[in-house]
Each structure stands twice: as structure tokens, then as C-alpha cells.
Design a protein around this ligand. Structure first.
Ligand code: NAI
Ligand code: 15L
Length: 265
């Protein structure tokens, strides 16, 4: 069992799903976010921290032996919002990690790193990135930062290009992109306990019947997703007709993100 796992962005949708699932993996979960977390449980401690504040990030990381990095902007927004959280914030995280004993990191990257591939294309983790907006570009930056800190300083990171991690599958695209919180928690357990992690890119999807992403190059992790989007299929298909083939929702892996403008505010 680990001593202390840090979860950044713990107040968000993924963080809230993960908290009970990660509790058995560590004596203490340190929950961090820019917003308050009022409901800490018995083995949880709370740190309020803006990823843009280097000193606060260093203090947040000190004493942690593994980090699940979820904190930041999670949708397509203006560069003014993305830059401090997802660019400066990731730099601060990696600087803090190397100063405080190289804890392993799970970096929540995104499918929007490869959002402009078409849905009929199948990718493994050697595919070149094709980000679908500023948010996707910020995740490319985070992946590059992880790679550099691994090569230069030995910080090990699991770069997880999460598909869609929500409690339920709510549209047709998610039948391919869905990741259950349970499968993500099992992946985190593997990444934090495997003898040598390295700095692999992993596609974060459950064992969905339709999938665009191939994780065969990271079999050494021993991760086997157990959940599937299939039980949601009938309800999703009954909810409405399939979008037109030229609709971004049906055309690109990043779906609607490819149709977003460059936001100015
Ligand atoms: P979310 O938006 O619900 O949660 C993100 C959390 O980060 C929020 O609680 C927010 O307050 C916090 N945050 C924002 N700016 C911050 C800052 N400057 N300093 C500290 N904390 C800050 O997002 P969600 O869905 O929980 O996603 C978690 C992570 O996983 C994000 O990094 C997201 O980009 C990534 N991801 C999520 C996917 C999903 O399907 N939910 C898919 C792909 C990637
Ligand atoms: C993401 O990267 C977002 O953080 C999440 O809110 C979803 O939009 C997800 O991708 C998705 O593509 O479904």
C-alpha cells in the first residue's frame, strides 16, 4: 500500500468518481483543487491549490509518493484560461515532482490530442498527434513535458489519453470512447505498482465493442479493462437517429471539439 496519493482536480467529475476507488490503495488520499472540497473522509486530507502557483504546487506535492493529475481546464476554452492551468500548471507539477523524490504520475491526457483523426482510423500509441483545439494542444504539451522529465530526470508517468470518463454512456460516440471509473482505477493501480513504469502512452477506454484505439504496446502493464459500453447501446440508439456521416460527431475521433472556434474569452 502507498503512503499518500495526491489527486489534483479532485473536486471534478473524474476525481469524485475515483476517490472511493483509490482509497484502498493508500493510507491517505491528498485531495487538491482550486475550489474547496468540503466533504473529506476518514483517510482524506484537503489542499486548496491553484496549479498556476508554483510554490503552492510544490507544497502540495511534498510528501506524496504518487500523483493522479486531473486538475486543470478540461474543455475547449480561451488560451487565457488554458495557459495558467494546463501549461504553467503542468510545468509546476513536474518541477515539484523532481524536487520531492520523483513520485510516479498519472497524467490525465485526452483523446483530443488525436481528435482530428477520423473515426474509421485505428491508432496505437505511436500515432502522431492531431489535436483538435487549444485544449488538445495543451494536452500535447503535457505529454511532451512528461516525456522530457522522464528522459532527463527519471520521473515516471503514465500518459493516459482518456476517452470519455463519465458514469454513463450518453451518446453514440461514447460507445467507442467510454472509460469506466472502475477501469481507470484499475489502470492507476497497475501504473503505481508495476516494477518499471517508464513513460507510456495509454488510451483510456474500457473494453468497448467498437474502439478506435489499440493498447497492445502497453500490455506489460497487465491492465485488462473489465467494463464495456455495450450495456448502454440499446438506450443510446433508441434516443435518436445517428448523426449524418459528415457531422463532426460522427466524422472525427474528437467529435464536437473539432467544430469549436478559437475562444477569445
Ligand atoms: P473537471 O473539469 O470536472 O475537473 C477538473 C478539476 O480541475 C475541477 O475540479 C477544477 O476546479 C480543477 N481545476 C481547474 N483549474 C485549476 C487550477 N488552475 N488549479 C487547480 N485545479 C484546477 O474535469 P474531469 O472531467 O474531472 O477531468 C479530469 C481530467 O481528466 C482533466 O485534466 C481532463 O482534461 C481529463 N480528461 C477527462 C475526460 C473525461 O471524459 N472526463 C476525458 C479526457 C481527459
Ligand atoms: C475530454 O477531454 C473532456 O475533458 C471531457 O469533458 C469529454 O469532453 C471528453 O474529452 C470526450 O471527448 O468525451
Amino acid at each position: 500500500m502507498l503512503n499518500r496519493i495526491l489527486i489534483t482536480g479532485a473536486a471534478g467529475g473524474v476525481g469524485r468518481q475515483l476517490r472511493p476507488l483509490l482509497a484502498p490503495m493508500a493510507q491517505t488520499l491528498r485531495l487538491a483543487d482550486i475550489v474547496a472540497i468540503p466533504d473529506a473522509g476518514a483517510n482524506e486530507e484537503v489542499v486548496t491549490c491553484d496549479m498556476a502557483d508554483a510554490a503552492a504546487v510544490s507544497a502540495m506535492v511534498e510528501g506524496c509518493d504518487a500523483i493522479v493529475h486531473l486538475g486543470g481546464i478540461s474543455t475547449e476554452q480561451s488560451w487565457d484560461k488554458i495557459r495558467p492551468a494546463n501549461i504553467d500548471g503542468v510545468f509546476h507539477l513536474y518541477e515539484a515532482a523532481r524536487m520531492h523524490g520523483n513520485p510516479r504520475i498519472l497524467f490525465a491526457s485526452s483523446n483530443h490530442v488525436v481528435g482530428y483523426y477520423r473515426q474509421e482510423e485505428h491508432l496505437d500509441n505511436t500515432a502522431l498527434s492531431r489535436p483538435d483545439g487549444l485544449y488538445g494542444v495543451s494536452k500535447c504539451f503535457g505529454e511532451a513535458m512528461a516525456s522530457m522529465y522522464h528522459d532527463k530526470f527519471g520521473v515516471e508517468t503514465a500518459i493516459v489519453r482518456i476517452g470519455s470518463c463519465f458514469p454513463e454512456v450518453s451518446n453514440r460516440r461514447m460507445l467507442s470512447t467510454w472509460l469506466s471509473a472502475g477501469d481507470l482505477a484499475r489502470l492507476i493501480e497497475r501504473c503505481f505498482t508495476v516494477p518499471r513504469l517508464g513513460c507510456p502512452i495509454i488510451y483510456g477506454i474500457s473494453d468497448n465493442a467498437t474502439a478506435w484505439w489499440d493498447n497492445s504496446r502497453v500490455r506489460y502493464l497487465g491492465w485488462k479493462p473489465e467494463d464495456s459500453s455495450e450495456p448502454f447501446r440499446a438506450a443510446v440508439e433508441a434516443a435518436g437517429p445517428a448523426p449524418d456521416a459528415e457531422d463532426p460527431l460522427a466524422k472525427y475521433q474528437g467529435g464536437a471539439f473539432t467544430a469549436e472556434p478559437i475562444h477569445k474569452l
